[in-house]
Each structure stands twice: as C-alpha cells, then as structure tokens.
Design a protein around this ligand. Sequence first.
Ligand SMILES: *Cc1c(COP(=O)(O)O)cnc(C)c1O
Length: 452
Amino acid sequence: MNSSEFRRRGKEMVEYVADYLEDIEKRQVYPSVQPGYLRPLMPSCAPQEPDTYEDIIKDVEKLIMPGAASPACTELEMVMMDWLGKMLQLPEAFLMEKGGEGGGVIQGSASESTLISLLAARTKAVRRLQAASPEMAEAAIHDKLVAYCSDQAHSSVERASLIGGVRLKAVPSDDKFAMTASALQEALGKDKAAGLIPFFVVVTLGTTSCCSFDRLSEVGPLCNKEDLWLHIDAAYAGSAFICPEFRHLLNGVEFADSFNFNPHKWLLVNFDCSAMWVKSRADLTGAFKLDPVYLKHRHQDSGLITDYRHWQLPLGRRFRSLKLWFVFRMYGVTGLQAYIRKHVGLARELESAVRQDPRFEICAEVVLGLVCFRLKGSNKLNEALLEKINTAKKIHLVPCRLRDQFLLRFAICSRVVESSHVHLAWEHIRGLATDLLRAEAEPKAAAAEIKN
Ligand SMILES: *Cc1c(COP(=O)(O)O)cnc(C)c1O
C-alpha cells in the first residue's frame, strides 16, 4: 500500500469507527453466534496471492462484527495461529484445527513467551518430582532446578530465570556460536552429579549477536530423552522459516514443547505481536488456571472453547490477530516470502561488498538479514569506527562482542529498504574508515619522521 492509498484507507477507517459509534444503539450487546462459529467461515490457509483491501474490510463486517470482541477475538487468533503455523510447516501437534492438545497464542513479546514457558516447565517439574517423592517440599525443589541456554542466548532468558527464581546455566557455544548436544550433555551431567535437577532448555534460532543457530535437531532428542522442557526462541529468525529454502533451520521443532517468534520483528506486523505455540495446552492451563466467579462465563465448561486467559500473564487481551489477518491477506504468502528474500539478498550484497574491501572482515556466517563485520585490527579501532558512524547520525549500528572481538552489526530490517540504501550506507562506512585509518596513521608517521 503506497502512502496515498494509506491516507485514503486511514480516512475511511475513521469514518467506519465514527459510523459504528453513531449507530451503536442498533447493535446487539451480546453476540448471537455460537462458540466455534468462525473457523468454518474461513479458508484453512493463508492466501498465496494478495487479496484486496476492500475484500478484507467486507469480511470484517461479515465475519468479525457479528462475533463482536468475544468470541471473535479468540477464534480469529486460533485460525490465524494455524495459518501462520502452516506457513512455517509446523508439525500438526502445534495446530488447533483438528482439536488436538497443542495450539498457538499471541503474546506481547518473546521475553514473555520464554517466561511463561519457564514457569509452566517449573510447575510441571515440581508436580512430577512430588508425584515420585511426596515428601519433597516445593521450595526445596525450586532450589535445585536448573535451566539451560547457550552463552549466546538473549538476555531475556536470564531475566526469565531471575523472575522464575531458578538457576540458569550458560552452555558454552561452539566455533559457530551454536549450542551442541554434547556441550549440553556435559553441563547436565555435572549438575546432576551435584544433586541439581535440570528441567528447562532454551534453544535459540537466530541469536541476537550474530544470528547463529543452536543445533536443534541434536539438542531436541537429548531434551526429550532427559525429560526436559524444550523452548525455542526464534524471535527474529522465525519469520524466515515461511520460505522453503530457510525452513530447514527449524528442523527439530517436533522435539519442542514450546516455540516462539516475533512477527513484529520481520513479518510486516506492527508491534506488538509475538507468536507462541505449545504442544500441550494443558501444560499452560494446568499451571496458570484460576476461575473466580466474576470470570465465569456461559460456555466455560462446554469443552468447546479455548480460554486464552489461562495461556498468558495478563487477564485482558488485545485483538492482535486482526493485524495478522490483514497482513497475510494484503501481502499473500508469496508477498511475505518475497519480502524476506529481498532482505536476505540485500544482506548478501552487503557481505560481498565488505569482502571486496581488504581492510574489513566478515565475522560470522551471513544466514539471514544480519551482517557482522569489523575492521581488521584492534577492538579499540572498531570502537572508534562505531563511534564515528553513530555520531555522524546518517545510519545507526548496534555493536556486539563475540568471544573477545568487538564487532559492528548491520541489520537489514526496514520495510522500504532498497539496494541503493545499503550501498550508500556502505560507502559512508568506508569513507569514515578511511578518515579513521588516516588519522591513526598520521601521529605514527609523524613519530617515525622525528626518529629519522
Ligand atoms: C529480540 C529478541 C528477543 C526479545 O524480544 P522481545 O519480544 O522484545 O522480548 C529475544 N530473543 C531473541 C533471539 C531476540 O532476537
């Protein structure tokens, strides 16, 4: 949608809301639809090709308004999470259409998804241990529980362990910045020998520092064998798995108990929208369910409905699935795939430009839209380059430290980015590097002259 259409549609939307408010007395306060009304009225997959905006708005009036906020909000979310799950080729166990044990839910953030998984896993572990040894007190169990992630995991995993009150061990990653099964096995062995109780593992697909991928297909079976909850954090990279050529990066998801990524990071959906799937919804509802009288509702025990309040921290929920519905239909699966491919292509273009300048080096494999690079030389030199880039304020880069190296990260992530922007940015960086290297060389040259 270009900006002139966006202006027109925005104005139409204000009219729609104003009409709604003016005519609100004519609308029913409670919907007449039955639970489960929506799914049969909708296609079972996202469209491959884009729909028109008119078609979508017509469907809002036809399909959503009769269901008002409830049950439409829950039911559209269930269908959208299935559409998205199918785009990612998730195993059927994570989908809801056949009424299985698993399912998807929209959370606000990847941090929340990790926390919820950790808390559910903690409850499950405590119950399992107490079933085997009823004399064990819950507090004594909490004291021994250990969660694991790689040393490249996002800080939100450590926060989840702090909030959840359990130990967290960072498993050393290998030379590709990935957690391997043997490194995890070693950590588990040590902790079990010390009397601790491993219960939860976070695998990261697409780490924040350098977009590395933990070895899911070997860590997964180990987690299953050891009875550990496996959570996958693919906050950034997950969007790419809608492309068949990147789907292999998700191989092993069948071993996971929970999987999460953020469509708000790289799938054209506005903040916030974090997609989370679990293999067994009872793990969440079993851990977090409370039913005070003021929250009881008519169909509660009918077995017909999904009650998302038991899947999340807050009680109230936003109608976030509308954003998914609009985006999936406006772009179509092919449009979304093209968007991901364009960004990955631009990252590769930048990578080859960096490789053509012998002063620079690429520091981690470029898999998706992130390019990690540095000037050959000291960390101090690279810190000075970053400082120059960020004070010039033409572009903004966020650095990272990998092992002992300070590096610069170039992330392709704008909806409107073009090849020309990437090349302009790179020429800008090269120019600043030239200035910096010259300034570095001058005092040395001057010193050499004095000596002579
Ligand atoms: C961005 C990111 C997060 C944090 O996401 P929030 O939704 O802001 O909590 C967590 N993990 C990874 C790998 C990320 O890239």
